[in-house]
Structures are given as C-alpha cells and as structure tokens.
Write a protein that binds this ligand. Structure first.
Ligand SMILES: [Zn+2]
Length: 689
C-alpha cells in the first residue's frame, strides 16, 4: 500500500464522523423503525425459527436452498473483510460520490436516476445487516423508504424521470434481501403490485437493451415472490420475461464468440454500432447470464436448461479463460491472453450467478469456481483498505497506468485503482461481492417440503457461524478455519437437542486425498469433486474436521504457460510497486501503479510433480490475510528471466510459447496469493526441463 493512504485515513475518520452527524440529523424518524438494535436482534431471533422458503409447485425443486438471510454470519478473517469494506468505500460512498448521494433519483432528487442507487443498495443492505451496523442500516433505509413510500398508483417503482426496466431489476434484488432481513410488511405487496404493472405493460413496452439481456436476474425476484405468495400471475410474468429476454441458452448451445471481440467488429465507431452484438458479447451480461439455465429450469423443468450453466462456463473458459478463474472481458469478450482484463462488475455478477447455480443444481464445481473468484479476483482488484478499486484487472498486470492498453473497448483508465476508473458502474455495484458470498457458505439440503432428510450443506468454506433450525430444532454451527490459506476446516455442531440429519461437505475437484474425522474418528475417504455426506444423530459439541490436501498444483494457459495453484488460491509473482497518486477524489484518490522490479520470469517447475520444485511456507492467518505485507502463505520456486519478454504501452506482450530456454542466471523467487500482488505475473512461461 502507498504510505500516503495512511495519511488519508485520519482525514477520513474526521469526514466519517462529519458524515454520520449529517446523516443522523437528516434521517426521517420513521426510518429507524427497522434499524434499531433492539428490533434487529428481535428480528434475528425470529428469523432463526423461520423455515427455509422452498420452491412452490409447479416450480422444480432446487438441490439446495439458501438459509434465511442472516442465518449465516461471518467470523474470523471474513468478518474482518466485511468490516474493512464497511470502513472503506462501501460504508462511505454516499458521502463522497454524488451518484448515490442525497440528490440520487432513488431518494427523490434530480441526480443519477438509473442503476447506481439500486446497485449500491444490492450490496449495502446485506452488508449493513450482516454487520448489524445501525449507521449503514439507516443509510440503506433512506433508499428503501423512498422506494416504498413513492410507489406510483400504477405499481411502478423508482424515479419517474426514468422508466427503464433494468434498474428496477436491481432494486427488486435489494428489496427481497431487505425483506428477508427485516420482515418489513411493505415489501411483498409493493413487489406484487410492481410485477402486476409490468405484466400489463410488457406487451406494449417490451424488455430492451440491458433488461433484455439481464432478464434472468428479474426472474430470480419473480420466483422469490412466487414462493412466498403463490400468485399465478407471477408464472405468467416469468414466461413473458423468458419470451422477451435474450436467448442465452441458444448463444451457448452453438457458441460463436471464440475470438477476441473488437470495437471494429461491433462497429462502435458507426453511431450506436451493432447494439445486440455488443450486448451479447459484453462481459457483465455474460457473467449475469451464467445463472440463466438453472434459474429458468425451475420454471421450464427442463434438464437441458438445468445443465446449461456448465456448458456456458466451459465455453467461456475455453475461449476466454484466465488463471484467476475469470473470463477476459475488457469490456467485451477478450480472448485468452492474460494481459487482457476482467471487469469488477463481472466478478461480482459471476459470483452471484455461481451462488444460484450451486443452490439450484447442486454441482460442486460451481462452488470450486465461486471460491476461486472470491479468494483471488475479488480481493485482487481492491486496495487492501477497499477505498479504491479497478474497473478491470489482469492476471499478468505489470502496470496500472494511463498507457493505452490492448483492451477490446475499455478506456485507458480502466486498471487504475481509484474511485470510478473508466466508468462508475463497478463503483456502485461491487458491494454485493462479499456479503452475498457469506450467505452462500451454508445451505439447506432436502428437496421437498416435509422431507425427513433435510440437512445442512457446507457449500463453500470460510470462517462463519450458522444459526438455523431443522424440523423445529435449533441448530448452531461454528466453522473455524484459515481456509483458503491453509487446508484445515473445523466444524462444531450444536443442535439444541440430539437430532438426526445429513451434513454434506463440498470436496473440491482439486482435493483428492481429503480426510474427514467426526469426533476424532476417521470417515470413509470422500470422493473429490463431490459432496461427502455424513448421516448421524448429531449432539451438541460434535466436532467435524476436514483436512484438505494443499499441495501446489500446475494449471495450463495461453501459449502453454503455467499458473501455480494451491487449494482455491492462485499464486502470482508480486512485482515491486511504485504508487503514484493521479488525483484526489473526495475521501479517496485515483492511483497509478508502476513496476519497480523486473517481472519477466519463466519458472523451473516439474509439471508432473510440482510439489517437488515448489517450497511452501505457511504462517498464522492474521489480520488482512489478502494484504501483501501479511501473506500467510508463500511459495518459493526457481526461475530465470526471459529477456525478450517485455512490456509495451504498460501491458506485458504475449508470453513466449512454452517450454522456453534462458541463459540468465537461476534465481529463487517468491510467489504470493494473487490478491496480494497488485502488480503481478500469474501465467508464466515454463522453462525446458
Ligand atoms: Zn462495472
């Protein structure tokens, strides 16, 4: 981190206080109704007793269901990450960025009246309630109250100056989360009325542009409401959204976008260009689209739809896949070169898609990829204090500067760390990443109502605590772990009374050789890439310990290059960084980052036995584990420089095809987790053995 950011923090503390005081004096009294500490804790207790809402007939059952929001809370490093986010831009964006400030159209002002207010809410609501933070709840409440109190007689919600369906799709997601956290009785009637209105309007004012390409995100909210009300009109609306929405399943059944998309291909220089082609190859749209097959399969009951997400991910990976788990989209599909970037909106939307695909389909591979994004691409694109972010990040990111980079359509500021590099969508939208990840850690298994086999699923791993109930018995689970930095996960299961239920544990595809013990007793060896299932009568204090094998592994990428992985983490060579402030931006700043060391290394690794040539050093997982200065795991590996591999215009040239040779001296270099290296090489040439 640049030392000057520390100086800013003092000023921030002052401004924070000023902002909070200003906020407190302008809050309408009614807005505290659902945000006082007492009502929040009462609501939390009531929620524990709430049953999970399953899919209502004729919808197909999901493999797993999300627990009511608030049932899963972060602990350990994950809780610290949420607090860092709240102390950073998420908790203060409205104080320093006019687009979600007091003049927002979603607060009745004349300012930004499109997607930015709803985007902010979609992450602020779960962040505020997971942290039980009264100030953040009050900030969210103002937008929620304005939206619910200014509901048009027609049923329309949102600023009257903008009737686009798209920003409402986002606000519906925020409202549904808010209702789950608070039980506010205004939400369900407002959503019902809005959907009735939309059903009457869509025949004459159909989905278009963003809403046409992102209809599946509205379908989630339609299904959420149908499961609570059973209103058949909602099924009619679901079918109409499907009919008017873009056919993502067809796009991926016969995938045509196998090359890097160019501005020329999109004819962006010619007026509006080929709008639908641009939207079909747009990174964020594709990230959102990954959930389309699973979510629509609940309505269609089609196995082909249900399986569609696997095909989509496989095609994206094959033609645009990057070693950080993302596909290249800067901001259109950008091919396989690791100097191409991925947009932050796409990271968080891809995560959200995977969370729903995992719940609906129950395929553990979605959990593997979700962890890869959450533990690498997500933290890698923020400064450690979450006061600045990039618009796009690259696996081989040798400079973050105003140089013109090789991106498809993004502008020159896109990989700066700042307030709103390139465009402010990510500034408004990134907040959902961590809070929604928390909600996905544990899920409920048991497809049907009254299924005696309902139980808990550890879907993805991070330190957390679960408070829920199974068949009327309260169940409390504590997960203690330094995962993903080490491979030990300890669960303590505390039912209020002895209770029989299955506990399913996701065993990642990379985790062959995982060992599970229950109260010290070794269990049968679990298969990797599957859910291990433990059926027993659980008693308070039962201990489950999972030991994942954490040997380094090699994966293969562009030009036969290699990346080093260990568990869900991807490792990078951290280039020495020189941070140069470009300009102040209110409470934060925009930064360029220049390389202060060589980076053009090829690795000397035996592909067949990478653990023989890579030395692992683990230390305790402490404060800020994604920060470079605290990296709890480091790898040492032999390397040589490749003189002809250079940068041009601030981007690493295409890698020389592996294997490569070098006459440079052998060195031992250190690899650190991807997220810790803000300038990095992640895909390396491999030296000839
Ligand atoms: Zn964005």
């Amino acid at each position: 981190m640049p030392p000057s950011l520390k100086v800013l923090s003092t000023r921030r503390q002052f401004l924070n206080r000023a902002g909070m005081l200003g906020l407190a004096s302008t809050l309408p009294t009614g807005s505290l109704l659902f945000s006082s500490e007492n009502s929040a804790s009462a609501a939390a207790e009531a929620r524990v007793a709430l049953p999970v809402t399953r899919n209502r007939a004729p919808l197909a059952p999901s493999a797993f269901y999300f627990l009511p929001l608030g049932s899963v809370r972060a602990r350990g490093w994950l809780d610290e990450q949420l607090r860092t986010q709240a102390n950073g831009l998420s908790g203060h964006l409205d104080e320093t960025w006019a687009d979600v400030g007091p003049n927002s159209g979603w607060l009745g002002g004349k300012g930004e009246s499109w997607e930015r207010g709803p985007y902010f809410l979609d992450g602020l609501v779960p962040l505020a309630y997971l942290l039980d933070d009264a100030i953040l709840k009050a900030k969210a409440q103002r937008f929620i109250d304005w939206t619910l109190d200014n509901h048009a007689a027609s049923g329309m919600i949102g600023p009257a100056s903008n009737d686009d369906w798209w920003p409402r799709i986002v606000m519906l997601k925020a409202l549904a989360q808010y209702q789950e956290f608070t039980g506010d009785p205004r939400v369900i009637p407002a959503m019902q009325k809005y959907f009735q209105y939309q059903l009457s309007q869509l025949p004459s004012r159909p989905l278009h542009d963003w809403s046409k390409f992102r209809w599946q995100d509205e379908l989630l909210s339609v299904i959420w409401l149908y499961n609570r009300t059973g209103s058949e009109q909602l099924l009619d609306l679901a079918s109409l959204l499907h009919k008017q929405g873009y056919d993502w399943m067809a796009q991926y059944a016969d995938f045509q976008f196998k090359e890097r998309i160019t501005a020329k291909l999109l004819k962006l220089q010619e007026g509006n260009g080929l709008k639908d082609l641009a939207l079909a190859t747009h990174g964020v749209n594709n990230g959102q689209a990954i959930k389309t097959g699973p979510v629509w399969s609940l309505v269609s009951r089609s196995d082909v739809d249900r399986a569609a997400a696997v095909k989509m991910i496989s095609e994206l990976n094959k033609y645009h896949g990057l070693p950080n788990g993302m596909f290249a989209c800067d901001e259109h599909l950008a091919g396989l070169d690791p100097s191409q970037g991925s947009e932050l909106c796409t990271v968080v939307e891809y995560m959200f898609s995977l969370e729903h695909a995992l719940a609906i389909v129950g395929d553990p591979a979605f959990g593997d990829r979700l962890e890869q994004l959450a533990f690498n691409a997500l933290p890698g694109t923020f400064t450690d204090d979450m006061w600045a972010h990039q618009y796009n990040q690259e696996p081989n990111q040798v400079e973050c500067s105003l140089h013109q980079k090789p991106w498809t359509t993004d502008g020159p500021e896109s990989n700066l760390y700042g307030l709103e590099p390139n465009f402010g969508c990510c500034t408004a939208n990134f907040h959902q990443g961590w809070p929604k990840f928390v909600a996905s850690l544990f899920m409920l298994s048991g497809a049907q109502d009254n299924d005696k086999q309902d139980g808990l699923v550890a879907a993805v791993y991070a330190p957390c605590e679960v408070n829920t109930s199974l068949r009327g018995t309260a169940v409390h689970v504590i997960e203690e772990t330094g995962y993903p930095f080490n491979g030990t996960v300890r669960l303590t299961i505390n039912p209020a009374a002895p209770l029989s239920f299955p506990l399913q544990l996701r065993i990642p595809a990379w985790a062959a050789g995982t060992a599970i013990t229950v109260n010290g007793q070794l269990q049968p060896a679990p298969a990797s890439g599957a859910f291990a299932r433990i059926d027993r009568v659980w008693k308070a204090g039962d201990r489950v310990e999972i030991a994942f094998p954490m040997k380094p592994r090699i994966s293969r990428w562009f030009q036969n290059s290699i990346a080093v992985e260990r568990g869900p983490l991807v490792f990078s060579y951290g280039i020495d960084e020189s941070w140069v402030k470009l300009r102040d931006r209110g409470m934060t700043a925009d930064w360029q980052v220049f390389p202060a060391s060589r980076w053009n290394y090829a690795l000397n690794v035996d592909s067949d036995a990478p653990d023989r040539s890579i030395v692992v050093t683990e230390t305790e997982v402490g404060e800020g584990p994604f920060a470079r200065r605290h990296s709890p795991v480091q790898l040492s590996v032999k390397a040589r420089q490749i003189n002809e591999w250079r940068a041009e215009d601030g981007a690493a040239n295409p890698l020389p095809p592996s294997p490569v040779t070098s006459d440079q001296p052998e060195e031992t270099i250190t690899l650190i987790p991807y997220a810790a290296a803000k300038l990095r090489i992640t895909a390396f040439p491999q030296l000839k053995s």
